[in-house]
Structure formats: structure tokens, C-alpha cells
Design a protein around this ligand. Sequence first.
Ligand SMILES: Nc1nc2c(c(=O)[nH]1)N[C@H]1C(S)=C(S)[C@@H](COP(=O)(O)O)O[C@H]1N2
Ligand SMILES: [Mo]
Length: 201
Amino acid sequence: MATRGFTGRRPPEATRERLPPGQYLTDDFPVLQIGPNPQIDLAAWRFTLREGARPIKAWSWDAFQALPRTRWGGDIHCVTKWSKFDTAWEGVSFDDLLADAGIAAPTDYLLAEGYDDYTTNVPVADLTGGKAMVATLYDGQPIPLDHGGPARLLVPHLYFWKSAKWVKGLRFTAKDEAGFWELRGYHMYGDPWREQRFTGD
Ligand SMILES: Nc1nc2c(c(=O)[nH]1)N[C@H]1C(S)=C(S)[C@@H](COP(=O)(O)O)O[C@H]1N2
Ligand SMILES: [Mo]
């Protein structure tokens, strides 16, 4: 019995190949955030692209709903070591946001900003080419408030702290500026496959 219990903890080969180093698989969807859920009224909701302080383009909820839609399914990895496989999201790709704004990215970096004043930095190159979206549906349903609805950034190839919940906009920055967790010791880039959890990893 003891032997069976022991070997049972070792995940099967197929699972291990999909798990970045130091991660374990969970079927749960833990909730992690710096404070209480913000109150967001869809009638007042705006999503704004900015360059520094200057607004480039803002969408109301209705205007955002009219943009082309993108789906993505796959695995997400949290720096607190849980990974969740086969998550399903739908929203508007970063490429389609730029296209609708009629711009090319003005700088190489940006900060995603949440309605809770959370920020996190991501290189523009990690958002283009279908790599990221502003998601509004999870598993075919509106994203629950706990998981960042009505809209959250989804950058699934980086640790999940880069996927800003309750996203209110993206602010292009001239340099790579640290966000909330990056100022507190988290890695500036956060690649789970290179285990970039903390500054210096
Ligand atoms: N706006 C906002 N986004 C956020 C956070 C936050 O505190 N505020 N926490 C981040 C962290 S540290 C993680 S691990 C994930 C957690 O997302 P989840 O609660 O949907 O699992 O959201 C990220 N996005
Ligand atoms: Mo996190």
C-alpha cells in the first residue's frame, strides 16, 4: 500500500512534459490578488490604450464586444507553483486591438493596468502574433469577478501574474518599467520554462 501511494504521487509522463520545472498540476482554479475585488459597472467600463499619459484609443464595453474575437485553449502556470491544464478563453487579441486603433505599437514595452491599481509589465513582442488577448469569456461564460472579469489580460506563456485581472488598459512605456510584483522582487520577464520567478532567476 505504501509503495502504491508513493508512486501515485509521481505524475504520468505526459503530464510531466507539460509541467514547467517546479510546478504541480491542479484541477482547482485558485484565486490570487493584492486586495479586494474592484466594483466594475459595465456601463462605465472602459479599456484604454495609452502612450505614457496620452490616451491613444478607448473602447466602451459595447464597442469592445464588437471587435473580432479570438479563442485560446491551453495551460496556465502560476508562480506559486500550481499549473492548470486545458483552460479555455475567448476575447480580443492584442493584434486586433492595435488594428482597431489603427496603430503599430509605439514602444517595445507596456504596463497592463487593473481597476484595482495592479500593474504588470510585458514586452510588446510577447503580446503580438496571437500570443495574448484581453479575455472576456472563460469556459464559454463571462469571466467570474474573482478571476478578473469582466475582462482580463491573458499572456499564457508567462507566469500568470502577468495576466492582469480587471484590466482597464495597456500603457506603452519607453523602457521596461517594473509593475506591482516586479517592484517587490518578482522577475521582470517571468518565463515558467526558465523558472524566472524572482529577480536574479
Ligand atoms: N488586477 C490584478 N491582476 C492580477 C493580480 C492582482 O492582484 N490584481 N494578481 C496576479 C497574480 S499574482 C496571479 S497568480 C493571477 C491570479 O489569477 P486568478 O486569481 O484568476 O487565478 O492574477 C494576476 N493578476
Ligand atoms: Mo501570483
